[in-house]
Design a protein around this ligand. Sequence first.
Ligand code: ZN
Length: 188
Amino acid sequence: MAILKVSRLGHPVLRARAHELDPKSITSEGVQRLIDDMFDTMREYSGVGLAAPQVHEGVRMFVVGLRPGPLGPEIGEDDDMPMMALVNPEVTLVGKPTSMGWEGCLSIPEIRGRVPRAAAVRVKAWDRTGAQVSFTAKGFPARVIQHEYDHLDGILFLDRMESFESLSYLEEYDRYWARHEGDDGGAE
Ligand code: ZN
């Protein structure tokens, strides 16, 4: 297990489309190690999600989650995001991206901004055992999934902002915005 170096805004790997993984390779030692290292890296930097391009690996995979837990057919608005690695995900937005919420990104440290996202998503992917999974997610878990999925196509949360008016350093976010919003503004 290792903590990996996180790519930062400006590195081309964050702007490239990541490549599909052969599902047969998911259970290989190399991919399993990468998944473990991505979870370690995400926890080290207190993130709630981390996509492979953020650790300089151009493959379509991300990890999310805060707590171990079974993955049911639906992650509700108020549910904690279960820890999971999703490979070659297909994410379909349910409804238009009109739900506003704060986001941060481990690749854009110390910055927060308000981003419109769909309130729910449908997800199909492979999990780390190489099994196919499908589920829906709502609310904050749906936001995290949309943020991570964007990373696989070279899209950053800044690109999704309608206006940069809310763009804030973390200290100013805490001082002027967080107390009004009741939002934790976790980094992804
Ligand atoms: Zn991010």
